[in-house]
Design a protein around this ligand. Structure first.
Ligand code: EPU
Length: 425
């Protein structure tokens, strides 16, 4: 398996531009199944999960053409029903996003259970109940077997604002009879991006960006051009890295509207970048200190559905916290397996107490030491890379396929900032 050798402890400075948002790209690719006409995507990150999703679609008969490194055209003209390839589907969590569009296009689907990061239970009840509310019937055997005769416009109450749950329901409900209303919908920027693409294809979705999405069903959808939004997970990751790596790091072409809560939360660790237009610059030579709650109590950073602080940015904030003066509780409310990677940071010298699967206490600053580590999931993997970059000496991060599933050209981007990082196959 590929690994990174990192010679840490060097100042990082320079400019980096985020690629497209993985979690917008994946449902946007699936949307091609809703039309016979081509869809052209720009700022498409050619990461592992995108390539696998394209392989799944190609196997279904979709024509996949990369126009350049970050532009892609998909066309699902005239495809016939085929069961999605179980082996490919088992590689990615996003394969669950075939449920909605396959049912919308063919009225039936048989889908093996999705793969992806092992970071918690990852229930699919929201998808399931929503599809049933729209008129579908689903059975769980060794795979999910579903059918739908008429996609009924109706009120759908999501039991939690699940991101892929909302996206699956959108990818089905756009073709409903009448009007569907998704209550308690997810509203992350990637959900907004998918709604915008679907509307460009001729769908009639309103309430975009809120937790109440109103979808007037249409018969036919057409082709479109769509630009994926800049990945705010990447922006948050480079901000946290820049803040602890000693130099000046500028992150270009961000979308500041996506970053409100992220910046407010990172400020509690002492991370206060300067915003000029759409570019953020962080001065990593300034010592960080953590903000206490009023009255001097230890503060808490917690994750939650949008617009709260994203769970996907918890691990990078935890690494930054190890370098900030003070103490902070991190409360991961969403996934029950996402905090376990912190044992690796402890191994490197991080002053962290794992209280339970959801909560840790971090005290800083602590000197980090190099180590040989295994990357457990995409976000934890990125945070281990960050830790290795500031730990003086040579670290080895195994299983970097996990990181490359979600971060495009990460080695090149880090080298551009002066990182001494080498990939070994
Ligand atoms: N959850 C709550 N409360 C809520 C909503 C969700 O506790 O109000 C819990 C769920 O029970 C579940 C977890 O949070 O255990 C995540 O739920 P969700 O269904 O929203 O996750 P998902 O749709 O499977 C997507 C992203 C994840 C990201 C989550 C949360 C894609 C392909 N995946 O997963 O991305 O962590 O939303 O924002 O969009 C990643 O990129 O590293 C990643 C894992």
């Amino acid at each position: 398996m590929a690994k990174f050798h990192i010679d840490g402890g060097h100042t990082l400075s320079g400019t980096v531009t985020p690629s497209g948002n993985k979690n917008e790209a994946l449902p946007a690719l699936m949307a091609c199944l809703l039309t016979d006409e081509p869809i052209t995507y720009k700022r498409m990150p050619k990461i592992g999960d995108v390539v696998t999703t394209c392989d799944v679609l190609a196997d279904l008969g979709v024509s996949v053409k990369w126009n350049s490194d970050d532009s892609l055209t998909l066309c699902a003209k005239g495809i016939n029903y085929k069961k999605p390839d179980p082996q490919l589907c088992s590689k990615i969590r996003a394969s669950i996003l075939l449920l909605g569009p396959m049912l919308a296009r063919f009225g039936k689907v048989e889908l093996s259970l999705p793969g992806g990061d092992v970071i918690g239970a990852r229930r699919i009840d929201t998808h399931w109940e929503g599809i049933e509310a729209l008129g579908g019937s689903l059975k769980l055997t060794s795979s999910i077997v579903g059918e739908i005769k008429t996609i009924q416009g109706t009120d759908v109450y999501l039991d939690e604002p699940s991101v892929t749950g909302t996206e699956n329901l959108l990818l089905l409900a756009v073709k409903c009879k009448g009007t569907a209303i998704l209550h308690n919908a997810a509203s992350e920027p990637h959900v907004v991006g998918l709604c915008n693409l679907l509307n460009a294809m001729g769908a009639k979705i309103s309430g975009i960006g809120s937790n109440r999405l109103v979808i007037e069903g249409v018969q036919t959808l057409k082709g479109a051009n769509h630009t994926i939004g800049p990945d705010f997970m990447e922006v948050g990751s480079f901000l946290c890295l820049g803040a602890i790596a000693g130099g000046h790091v500028t992150i270009k072409d961000t979308r500041p509207a996506d970053l409100g809560f992220v910046l407010k939360t990172l400020a509690r660790l002492g991370i206060n970048p300067e915003l000029k237009g759409n570019d953020l610059t962080i001065d990593g030579s300034k010592p960080l200190s953590m903000k206490k709650d009023i009255g001097g109590r230890i503060g808490t950073i917690y994750s939650g559905p949008w617009p709260a602080y994203p769970t996907d940015l918890m691990s990078v904030a935890i690494v930054a916290a190890t370098q900030s003066k003070g103490t902070m509780i991190f409360f991961e409310k969403m996934f029950e397996g996402r905090m376990f990677f912190t044992d690796k940071l402890m191994q490197m010298g991080g002053n962290i107490v794992l209280c339970d699967p959801h909560r840790i206490v971090v005290s800083g600053p602590a000197k980090l030491y190099p180590a040989r580590l295994n990357s457990p999931d995409v976000r934890a993997g990125m945070s281990l890379i960050m830790a290795a970059l500031i730990a003086e000496g040579t670290s080895v991060i195994d299983n970097i396929y996990q990181v490359e599933r979600g971060y495009f050209d990460i080695e090149k981007k880090l080298r551009g900032l002066g990182a001494k990082i080498r990939r070994e196959e």
